[in-house]
Design a protein around this ligand. Structure first.
Ligand SMILES: *Cc1c(COP(=O)(O)O)cnc(C)c1O
Length: 430
């Protein structure tokens, strides 16, 4: 089928990027389990390597199954192109890689997935890059943090774990003013609930490991480009606007226009960093995406009911879910994620650290795992696990204090989940 703006999300999540296999007529996208692809002749091979013709060379760069997933996610996000890679963390490095050079920085929200805080505050320093963390609700602080070496602003649409909602429009305006892209991690919201590109984001990154796959089977990541950024407006992005020494002097922006970032991500990023998604992983994620809207609707419906119930529970201090009227982010839901605030939130327990550990241990339906966005309900005590490497100040800023448990609400029966939470809360305080 041709992908047009006339098709609804529910149609595109099943069809975008896929067509019956031309060789066999197979209706479901085959898993092209092949490392290499036969060239028609020497001229064809040369054209592929010169990027004069689009096609398959070697699966570190491109693979037909992965390509279907790339087109599907790009379409759902309203972007012009996407590059899939091996994990969400790989996607973040792949997104920054063409933008940054030693000495450059990214201005990042201080409310991010714990692993991202570690990646940005520690690991990227080895590349000579750095991150400046700011409270992205304080727009003056964001503006003040942007300097001449800033090459991107980075936030999460619905921030893990607290469920905070970023004012993407306001942050996009600041990034535009500074002439740098806004990168939005849309993992927790998914394109069904939030469309960062329509709110002004340049790039969207995903951990496809979570809701897009939706069943906790494979890790993966994706970078979607809006195609809207003018890489040649300044001299800040030489990999895009100047001859790229890593690709025999090719000028990506001049040659590929709005697809420059996507082509660079494949031709240089995947070629040299090698953070490739394998076709099996792409297959699982394609299966998941077919039901994304149905699952997200149920995640939201369950999360609303359960967060509301927890909020009134005598053993609960507070619940941070933007879908609750008590949330300071409640007003942003309609503007930023009109179909709901997702399925992820935190609950603070009376009884602090000890009660949280007991609570997590006594849950039966909920699994205690370092994951989120699964069809099954998941729970984790962030302070003793995912956010353990962070300082107490960073934990608090990230909404992962010692008295807080992160809950990823699944698509099971809400009544069963409530009963499970209730018995575990009682045991935690017993
Ligand atoms: C899980 C997650 C990541 C990292 O993704 P991996 O696939 O685990 O590498 C990044 N951002 C957010 C919001 C996440 O939830």
């Amino acid at each position: 089928m041709t992908d047009g703006p006339t098709y609804g999300f529910d149609t595109l999540q099943i069809h975008a990027g896929a067509r019956p296999d031309p060789a066999t007529g197979a209706r479901q996208t085959p898993i092209y389990q092949s490392t290499a692809y036969v060239f028609r002749d020497a001229e064809h091979a040369a054209a592929l390597f010169n990027l004069q013709e689009v096609g398959y060379i070697y699966s570190r760069l491109t693979n037909p199954t992965v390509a279907v997933l790339q087109e599907r996610i790009a379409t759902l996000e309203g972007g012009v192109g996407a590059v899939c890679c091996s994990s969400g963390h790989a996607a973040q490095i792949m997104a920054l890689f063409p933008l940054m050079q030693p000495g450059c920085n990214v201005v990042a929200s201080n409310r991010l997935y714990g692993g991202t805080v570690t990646q940005f505050s520690q690991t990227i320093k080895r590349f000579g890059w750095s991150a400046k963390f700011v409270d992205t609700d304080d727009l003056d602080a964001v503006k003040a943090a942007v300097d001449e070496n800033t090459r991107a602003v980075f936030c999460e649409s619905v921030a893990n774990p607290g469920g905070y909602i970023s004012d993407i429009e306001a942050l996009a305006a600041i990034a535009d003013e500074a002439g740098v892209p806004l990168i939005v991690d849309n993992t927790s919201a998914t394109p069904y609930l939030c469309n960062p590109i329509s709110l002004g984001a340049t790039l969207v990154v995903h951990s496809t490991t979570k809701y897009l796959t939706g069943n906790g089977t494979v890790t993966g990541g994706c970078i979607v480009d809006s195609g809207k950024f003018d890489w040649s407006a300044s001299d800040k992005f030489p990999s895009m606007s100047q001859p790229e020494p890593a690709y025999h002097g090719l000028k990506f922006h001049e040659t590929f226009g709005p697809l420059a970032f996507t082509f660079h991500g494949i031709a240089v990023g995947l070629r040299d960093l090698g953070m490739t998604m394998n076709p099996q992983a792409a297959h699982y994620t394609l299966m998941g995406i077919e039901t994304l809207s149905l699952r997200m609707e149920r995640h939201v419906q369950n999360a609303k009911e359960i967060a509301g119930w927890l909020e009134t529970h005598e053993l609960v201090d507070y619940v941070t879910y933007a879908g609750l009227e008590s949330s300071p982010y409640h007003d942003r839901v309609e503007r930023i994620c009109p179909k709901g605030a997702g399925g992820l939130f935190t609950v603070a327990l009376k009884g602090g650290y000890a009660a949280c550990v007991k609570f997590v241990e006594n849950l039966e339906i909920f699994s205690h795992v370092a994951n989120l966005g699964d069809a099954r309900s998941l729970v984790i005590h962030s302070a003793s696990t995912t956010h353990r490497q962070l300082t107490p100040e960073q934990q608090e800023a990230a909404g992962a204090g010692p008295n807080v448990v992160r809950i990823s609400i699944g698509i099971e029966a809400a009544a069963d989940l409530i009963a499970d939470l209730d018995q575990a809360l009682r045991k935690a305080h017993g």
